[in-house]
Write a protein that binds this ligand. Structure first.
Ligand code: TRP
Length: 365
């Protein structure tokens, strides 16, 4: 374990659509901060295409098309290929091999209890026709994390059960075969609004299928329109009415995005968000004014992201090259871990001269 004292990050996303501001405040922004903190020896960011296929087996084109979208979103947020290894899951076949061995350490009932999988099965109406690959994706996720000996996994809150399951697999593996793997920790944003950004329609989850997302790649005009149409407190009808800020999407977004400096710049009659909330709660503050402010705040955060995206969009082959180089690097690391695992599991026959010799002796040679 001594050499694994390194600080290593692994995380990723399924390429099933463009990334939205929920992904951004829920995890992406934190990944970039971690990258810039200089505290990590290695950072791996994975586009989880194999995992995306576990419930899109019949739609490989969707996954294929979204690889570049997610890569552009990553790069435009400030993930820097000079500091972080960006790679594609399917291009690291060692991950699949590891998953196969981890399957022996997990029971069917344990998988059935995974709350995220349970919920996803319900959402997808799989009922009794759950693809085995989908059912076992938490195991493959454990392979993703452990292949890199990651100790830190920055993810959205919905991924906590996956990390827990990974930790259990690591403990079982190390118990049975010896200390090879590293137990990871999830890292989620401390700000509750960031962990659970609602859709612009007030639905608890921002999701493509609900059509309630603000995408990182949306134009300034689209962002503005979406913000101006946002659901707020339905009982706050006239400006003078007292309003509710709890769970009110406009205020949840402000919780996630705004800083005191934004008030000085755009809304100097207030010092901070608490003062704005107090005014809204008391009555006399209209939704339009709050939305216009939110728009200014969000445009300020999104503009550098869009600018970086425009640059990378001019050189798509370069983006694929970044992913290819990253995948080669990632595979080297995963292969090293897999070799250690196989030695620990006693399935490294041809590397083991002693084994061959002792078998030979058994047969009296
Ligand atoms: N399950 C994650 C998602 O739905 C993607 C993912 C795959 C992942 N493997 C991972 C995240 C390993 C963190 C670590 O977005």
């Amino acid at each position: 374990m001594a050499e694994s004292k390194k600080k290593i990050i692994l995380t990723g996303d399924r390429p099933t659509g463009k990334l939205h501001v929920g992904h951004y405040v829920g995890s992406l922004r934190q990944r970039v901060e971690l990258q810039e903190s200089g505290k990590f020896d290695e950072i791996y960011i994975m586009i989880a295409d194999a995992q995306a296929l576990t419930d899109n087996a019949d739609n490989p084109e969707k996954v294929r098309q979204n690889i570049i979208e997610v890569a552009l979103d990553y790069l435009s947020c400030g993930l820097d290929p000079a500091k972080s290894t960006l790679f594609i899951q399917s291009q690291v076949p060692e991950l699949t091999e590891m998953s196969f061995y981890y399957m022996n350490l997990v029971t069917v009932s344990r998988l059935q209890r995974n709350p995220t999988v349970k919920n996803e099965i319900k959402l997808r109406n799989f009922e009794t026709s759950i693809p085995v690959g989908f059912f076992t994706y938490p195991i493959s996720q454990a392979a993703d994390i452990t292949a890199f000996k990651a100790d830190t996994v920055p993810v959205g809150e919905d991924q906590l059960p996956m990390i827990e399951q990974t930790r259990e697999i690591v403990r079982s593996f190390n118990n049975v075969y010896g200390d090879v793997l590293v137990e990871p920790e999830a890292l989620i944003p401390s700000n509750e609004a960031c962990r659970r950004l609602p859709g612009i329609d007030g639905n608890a989850k921002m999701s493509k299928s609900l059509g309630n997302c603000i995408y990182l790649s949306d134009s300034p005009e689209d962002v503005r329109k979406k913000i101006m149409s946002m659901f707020t407190d339905p009982n706050h009808i006239r400006v003078q009415d007292p309003g509710n800020v709890e769970g009110n999407p406009v205020f949840v977004y402000l919780d996630a995005f705004c800083k005191d400096e934004h008030f000085a710049k755009y809304l100097p009659e207030y010092q901070n968000l608490d003062e704005l909330k107090a005014h809204y709660t008391r009555g006399g503050l209209g939704d339009v004014k709050v939305k216009k402010f939110l728009n200014q705040v969000m445009q300020e955060e999104l503009e550098p992201i869009r600018a970086r995206r425009r640059e990378y969009e001019k050189n798509i082959p370069k983006v694929y090259r970044i992913l290819q180089e990253g995948s080669i690097r990632a595979e080297k690391t995963a292969a090293k871990t897999l070799a250690e695992m196989k030695a620990a599991m006693k399935i490294n026959y041809f590397d083991d001269a002693e084994l061959i010799q002792s078998q030979a002796e058994k047969y009296g040679v």
